[in-house]
Design a protein around this ligand. Structure first.
Ligand code: GLC
Ligand code: GLC
Length: 823
């Protein structure tokens, strides 16, 4: 059965849509294909062989278990279960033991992963999840004897404790090889490193059965110079009851099972995190207070309790995903929109860009620009959390409207090391806020009192914060009247003021150029789009004068773009620190960039004079490939310090002419706005993983989630993806699919139906929860159109216009929307 895939021609799995699962059929995927566990601050990453780690809130400061990034072999460190029987042993999750299994599957589902394996007729099933509102991973292992004779089976669990601060854990060995401390009581192993000093928290790993032995010292478990693939204790079939004193503490339970023919036994393992009030830390001198751990593990001490928690988790996800469900003639579209895209959106809400197989969890905090954009992917699912997130972001904004580029999740304070001056940052908050209000109708977010720079003595309404965002652009214009770019705009790697010659400095935080000259056309388009959004918001709350003055700024920018940012066949990208054009046909490399085309057209610039259409035609001609739309062309072939990090990447990768998926939906939306349904769909599907089943081997990353980047035409490996999961692509492609292709668009006054679909789609059904009501919408397309006018019928009654007014139609309604010719 599962073999190491040396031929590179194997399929790796399939979608089980009924159960909202992706089923992986081999441990040898091209990269570890992971899932995320946890919803409420305690999270785990888990690969298809149970690799990964878990943490409480902050993957740098509160990491429970150790994971070795970019290690050999790949995917090293996880929650392992060694199964031994009749002198052989193997892994219940496919690795780290390389013994070939007779059967293996990993099912990644919504907030859980399940591993089924079988060897010599001993079957195992591991179900891993983090129950709702719980700071613990639960792993239920069921072992079944399918032989016709009684069998003795040895089970060894294994996790390795991280010494909490993940960065320190990988650096400060002179200290941390001396600090490790554990306790063992009953069937629980406690990790209490640094608890004797300033930590009021510990971790534990327990099992709901009496132990036949344990290990807490890594070298005692593995034996000297052995890897995770052949631990000595497992080979001997006996644990040595080691107690770690410094070095590398682990937790391994040894359990001996006696199984009659056909018999199953289940074991529940709980890997938990506890905080203790400082005055209650100790039960006796140097003996920790174990009550919280006992209370926590007692919640999962039998099968029934575990099943009940799993059901709650399932219901939670069905409810969340149920807020938007669509049936089109295309299963791939349905599965992406209904299941995996919404799921990935929630993961970006929880994790931002912090912890993935590519993000080490020690680098980045919550990005101002990324987090604001992410909210457009889940405002319909968790609006209260979106409100909180937006206000957290707002509280880090500075008085002049600029933003810290990131804030830290534990303190919620702006990160001074990274600082600000990414001049696209402020306007993203207008997008997130407007989108939130349109979804919920809750204008009260504008009245919330919010600090500047986290200073409780310096506050203003959230609306004032948005006004500062708007003015930050107006107050920072360059010689052509276009917005100054600062350190960078959306493209972190277009560093026109950096001029770096020192390999030890960061492009993102270095700025030595004349920042009063380099200008961004992307921010100009963004300002027209979200500036107009701000004007609309003002009108909706009765601020007519402000709306008027802001409108004139927006109109001015629109003119400036036409006057100074049109290159003849497409929109320019920028003016550099010398006032020279970037993204012009006059340039030798980087003649055309995607961002300014997307943002100017989404802003509606050039719809009146053909420029919008021409820009889109240029995108197709110069940037489109089989695997998506490249960021720029031609690629930069060598380093140019005046352009910055973009030129540091080899051609075809990342920002240098890679297919940077995040920006592709901007083109999809633009095409939909222009009414070209087939083009919009083509761009949408090229980067959507559900459509890429046939190119998994090439694509390499998980076939159920978006990746940040797919290598472009200039690369050696076109079509190869990297940086899966934590990418703005998720929110944006969801937004494009639901609000622009399906055209079911929340607006202040209600839910507009304005689709731009494939002409071949004759019927589409949508169930959409909106402001407490549920609309069963049937979109009919008898004439085979992409775009047209909508005739609405609600509960059999004809309605003028294409908007469902939730104040008239509360609760549940049947809507028929028929797409008709314009005339
Ligand atoms: C990364 C960053 C995002 C940025 C993009 C383009 O995805 O997280 O903030 O916009 O790169 O450089
Ligand atoms: C690098 C990456 C870019 C990312 C940035 C943020 O520049 O190329 O994608 O946004 O780092 O750290």
């Amino acid at each position: 059965m599962p073999k190491e895939n040396t031929e590179n021609n194997e399929k790796f799995g399939y979608f089980d849509d009924l159960n909202y699962e992706y089923v992986i059929t081999t441990p040898y995927t091209p990269t570890p294909w992971i899932n995320y566990l946890g919803n409420d601050g305690f999270y785990g990453l888990i690969s298809n062989t149970a690799g990964g780690y878990c943490f409480d809130r902050d993957p740098k400061f509160r990491r429970l278990t150790r994971y070795r990034y970019n290690s050999v072999p790949l995917d090293n460190g996880g929650r392992y279960f060694y199964i031994g029987c009749n002198g052989e042993y193997w892994s219940a999750t496919g690795r780290p033991v390389n013994t070939e299994l007779d059967e293996y599957t990993c099912r990644h589902g919504m907030g859980y992963s399940r591993f089924n394996a079988s060897k010599n007729n001993i079957a195992t099933e591991v179900t891993s999840f983090i129950p709702l509102n719980t700071k613990a991973e639960v792993h239920r292992l069921i072992v079944t004897n399918n032989n016709d004779t009684e069998q003795s089976v040895d089970v060894f669990s294994f996790i390795e404790w991280c010494l909490w601060n993940a960065e320190d854990d990988g650096a400060n060995y002179q200290r941390n090889l001396s600090t490790g401390e554990v306790e063992v009581e009953d069937s629980t192993i406690y990790h209490k490193t640094e608890y004797r000093e300033r930590r009021n928290h510990y971790a534990f790993y327990s099992v709901n059965r009496e132990l036949d032995g344990f290990e807490t010292d890594r070298e005692s478990f593995l034996g000297p110079y052995r890897g995770f693939d052949r631990p000595l204790a497992v080979e001997k079939g006996q644990a040595s009851n080691s107690i770690a004193r410094g070095w590398s503490p682990i937790a391994s339970h040894h359990l001996k099972l006696q199984l009659a023919p056909g018999e199953s036994q289940s074991l529940v393992f709980t890997l938990g995190y506890c905080e203790v009030e400082p005055e209650q830390k100790w039960a006796a001198p140097n003996i920790i207070n174990k009550t919280p751990a006992q209370v926590l593990s007692a919640r999962f001490d039998c099968d029934e309790k575990v099943s009940a928690e799993l059901k709650k988790l399932n219901d939670y996800w069905h409810n969340l995903l149920g807020k938007f469900q669509v049936q089109t003639p295309d299963d791939k579209f349905n599965r992406a929109v209904n299941i995996w895209n919404q799921y990935q959106n929630m993961v970006t809400f929880n994790l931002s860009r912090s912890a993935s197989f590519y993000e080490s969890g020690i680098g980045r905090g919550m990005g101002f620009r990324d987090s604001n954009q992410d909210t457009i992917g889940f405002a319909h699912m968790v609006p209260e959390k979106v409100k909180e997130r937006i206000l957290d972001l707002s509280a880090t904004q500075k008085e002049d409207g600029s933003a810290y580029h990131q804030y830290q999740p534990l303190t919620k304070k702006g990160n001074a090391d990274i600082g600000g001056n990414f001049n696209d940052d402020p306007m993203w908050m207008v997008l997130s806020t407007a989108n939130y209000i349109k979804e919920t109708g809750d204008f009260s977010i504008l009245d919330e009192v919010v600090p500047f720079d986290s200073d409780p003595n310096n506050t203003a309404s959230h609306f004032t914060h948005l006004e500062r965002s708007f003015n930050h652009v107006v107050n920072n214009l360059g010689p052509h009247g276009l917005p100054l770019i600062g350190r960078a705009d959306w493209n972190d790697c277009l560093n026109l003021n950096c001029f770096s010659e020192n390999p030890n400095e960061s492009y993102q935080t270095t700025q030595r150029g004349a920042s009063d000259v380099a200008e961004s056309v992307m921010i100009a388009g963004q300002f027209v789009l979200y500036g107009q959004e701000f004007v609309d918001l003002c009108i909706n709350i009765g601020k007519a004068d402000l709306a008027k003055s802001c409108q004139s700024e927006v109109d001015k920018m629109r003119q400036t773009i036409k006057q100074h940012a049109w290159d003849g066949e497409w929109f320019l990208r920028a003016y550099d620190a010398n006032g020279d054009k970037i993204g012009s046909n006059d340039n030798a490399e980087g003649k055309i960039f995607i961002e300014s085309q997307g943002f100017c057209v989404m802003a509606g610039v050039g719809f009146d004079d053909g420029k919008a259409l021409q820009a889109m035609n240029s995108v197709e001609k110069h940037l489109s490939t089989d695997f998506g739309i490249m960021l720029n062309q031609p690629a930069f072939t060598g380093y140019n310090k005046y352009i910055g990090e973009i030129t540091s990447y080899p051609p075809g990768y990342k920002e240098n002419a890679g297919i940077f998926c995040h920006n592709n939906p901007w083109i999809t939306i633009s095409e939909a706005m222009l009414g070209r349904g087939e083009k919009a769909y083509e761009y949408y599907s090229k980067i959507t993983p559900a459509f890429l089943q046939d190119v998994h081997q090439l694509h390499k990353t998980e076939p159920y989630v978006y990746s940040q980047m797919i290598a472009g035409a200039d690369s050696a490996t076109p079509g190869e993806a990297k940086n899966s999961w934590l990418t703005g692509t998720a929110a944006w492609n969801y937004y494009a699919a639901t609000q622009y292709i399906l055209g079911i668009r929340p607006e202040y006054q209600g839910l507009r139906i304005d689709p731009c679909i494939l002409p071949s789609w004759d019927k589409v059904s949508v169930s959409r929860t909106f402001r407490g009501a549920t609309y069963k919408i049937e979109l009919r397309n008898p004439l085979g159109l992409s775009k047209g006018v909508i005739q609405l019928e609600i509960d059999g009654q004809k309605i003028a216009g294409d908007m469902i007014d939730p104040t008239v139609f509360a609760n549940q309604h049947n809507v028929i929307a028929t797409l008709c010719n314009k005339d």
